[in-house]
Design a protein around this ligand. Structure first.
Ligand SMILES: *[C@@H]1O[C@H](CO)[C@@H](O)[C@H](O)[C@H]1NC(C)=O
Ligand SMILES: *[C@@H]1O[C@H](CO)[C@@H](O)[C@H](O)[C@H]1NC(C)=O
Ligand SMILES: *[C@@H]1O[C@H](CO)[C@@H](O)[C@H](O)[C@H]1NC(C)=O
Length: 384
C-alpha cells in the first residue's frame, strides 16, 4: 500500500514538474541531447521493422529502414541510434478490447502510453490487437474509438509521431477479427497488413500450404483498397519465418497431410505446424531430402526433410524470390511501404554465406521498387 502510494505521489509530482519545466535534459540517455528529439520528417516510403529485442538491430540495413516497432524491452541505445539515422522507434500497444469499451479506461490507457513514449523519447505506437471482435458489437466500436483517440493524443502530445495498427492479411473477418477496417484506417497513420499466417484457417483439405501465397496475398490488398482505404495508408508485411509441418501422410506428388488443429471455427490451421526463423531454415535446407523446391501455383519455396524418427516434414517459407514478387506490388498498388515480422529472424553472424543471405533478404524488400524508379527516370528523360 505504502509503496504504491509513493509511486502515485511520484507520478503526480513528476507530471507536475514535467508540465511546468518540460523534460529535463539530464534524462536524455544519448551522447547528444539532440538525439532525444522525436523524428519530425514525413516518410515517403516506409520500411517498417518489428524488433523483438536483443542487439541484432545493429546488423539491420539502416539505409532502408524508417520505423522500428519495439516489441522487446526498451533499449535506449537503439533509440539514440535510430534517431541519429532519422528512424522512428515506436511502442507496442496491446490491450484487451473488452476493457476498452469503457471510455474512461481508454483515456487512462492512452495517457499511460503517451507518457511512456515521452519518457522514452519514442516516436509513436504500433497497436497490435489480434482479438476476435464481432461486427457492430460494443468492442467493434470501442476498437475504432481506441485507435482514433490514441492517434489524436499522440499527434497532439508528440509532434510528428506515428500511430499504426496491425491488420490481418485480409479484411474478411480473418480469425473472427471483424473490425471496422476503413474507419480504423481513417483513424490512424497507417495499417500494417500482416500478409502471413494465411493458413490460420484452412477450410479445404488439411494440407501443408504456403505461409503467404502470392495470389491470395495480393487479392487481399485489392479487397482493402476496394473498401476505400487509401493505398498510401497500407504497409505490406512479409514474413521472415516459415512453417514446419510434420506430415501424417506424404503423397508421391509431394503433398503433406497435416494434423487437424481447429482455429476460430475452421477445421484445421497452421497451428499443426511450428514457426521457424529464416536463419534456421537456411541451415537445414542443404541437408534436407528435397533441397529448395518451388511451388508454381503459390509462388513459394518449400522443402521436405526427415526427422530423427523418420517422419517427413514439409517446410513452407519465404525467401528473396517470393518476397520480391510480392514487393513489386507495393509500387503497383501505390502502397506506403513494406515491412516484416520480424527483423531478428535472420542470421547476422560473421558467416559469409549467412551475411549474403541476410543482405538478399533486406534487398528483396525494395529491389523491384528501385528498378521501377529507374524506369520512371528513363521515361522522363526520353520525354524531354
Ligand atoms: C529531417 O528534417 C530536418 C529538418 O527539416 C532536415 O535537416 C533533415 O535532413 C531531415 N532528415 C531526413 C532523414 O530527411
Ligand atoms: C478497465 O480496464 C481494466 C484492465 O485494464 C479491466 O480489468 C476493467 O474491467 C475495465 N473496466 C471496465 C469498466 O471495463
Ligand atoms: C547451400 O547450398 C547452396 C547451393 O549449393 C550454397 O550456395 C549455400 O552456400 C549452401 N548453404 C550453406 C549454409 O552451406
Amino acid at each position: 500500500m505504502e509503496g504504491s502510494l509513493r509511486i502515485v505521489l511520484f507520478t503526480v509530482l513528476s507530471a507536475l514538474f514535467f508540465s511546468a519545466f518540460g523534460v529535463d535534459d539530464d534524462d536524455c540517455p544519448c551522447m547528444e541531447q539532440e538525439l532525444c528529439k522525436q523524428i519530425q520528417n514525413e516518410t515517403q516510403f516506409e520500411v517498417f521493422v518489428f524488433d523483438v529485442g536483443g542487439k541484432s538491430w545493429k546488423s539491420y540495413d539502416w539505409t532502408k529502414l524508417t520505423t522500428i516497432a519495439a516489441f522487446g524491452q526498451y533499449d535506449a541505445e537503439l533509440m539514440c541510434f535510430a534517431h541519429s539515422k532519422g528512424v522512428r522507434l515506436v511502442l507496442k500497444g496491446d490491450v484487451s478490447v473488452s476493457a476498452m469499451v469503457d471510455p474512461t479506461n481508454r483515456t487512462i490507457w492512452i495517457k499511460e502510453k503517451v507518457s511512456l513514449a515521452k519518457r522514452q523519447f519514442m516516436d509513436g505506437i504500433n497497436i497490435d490487437i489480434e482479438q476476435a471482435v464481432e461486427e457492430n458489437s460494443p468492442e467493434y466500436f470501442a476498437l475504432t474509438a481506441l485507435v482514433k483517440e490514441t492517434t489524436d493524443a499522440f499527434h497532439k502530445e508528440i509532434h510528428g509521431s506515428q500511430v499504426s495498427f496491425d491488420v490481418a492479411w485480409s479484411p474478411k473477418c480473418i480469425d473472427k477479427r471483424c473490425y471496422d477496417y476503413s474507419a480504423i484506417a481513417d483513424s490512424c497513420d497507417l495499417l500494417f497488413v500482416m500478409s502471413y499466417d494465411e493458413q490460420s484457417q484452412i477450410w479445404g483439405d488439411c494440407m501443408a500450404l504456403a505461409n503467404a501465397p502470392y495470389t491470395q496475398t495480393l487479392t487481399a490488398y485489392e479487397q482493402y483498397i476496394k473498401m476505400k482505404i487509401d493505398p498510401r495508408k497500407l504497409v505490406m508485411g512479409v514474413p521472415w519465418y516459415g512453417y514446419d509441418y510434420p506430415c501424417l501422410t506424404f503423397s508421391q506428388g509431394g503433398a503433406c497431410e497435416i494434423q487437424k488443429v481447429p482455429f476460430r471455427g475452421a477445421p484445421c490451421s497452421d497451428a499443426a505446424g511450428r514457426q521457424i526463423p529464416y536463419s534456421f531454415m537456411m541451415k537445414q535446407i542443404n541437408s534436407s531430402m528435397s533441397g529448395r523446391m518451388w511451388d508454381v501455383e503459390q509462388q513459394s519455396p518449400y522443402y521436405n526433410y526427415k526427422d530423427a524418427d523418420g517422419q517427413i516434414h514439409q517446410v513452407w517459407y519465404d525467401d528473396p524470390e517470393s518476397i520480391s514478387l510480392k514487393a513489386a506490388y507495393v509500387n503497383k498498388f501505390g502502397l506506403r511501404g513494406i515491412g516484416m515480422w520480424n527483423g531478428n529472424l535472420l542470421d547476422y553472424s560473421n558467416n559469409p554465406v549467412a551475411q549474403q543471405q541476410s543482405r538478399d533478404m533486406w534487398n528483396a524488400l525494395v529491389a523491384t521498387r528501385e528498378t521501377e524508379w529507374g524506369e520512371v527516370t528513363l521515361e522522363v528523360k526520353s520525354m524531354s
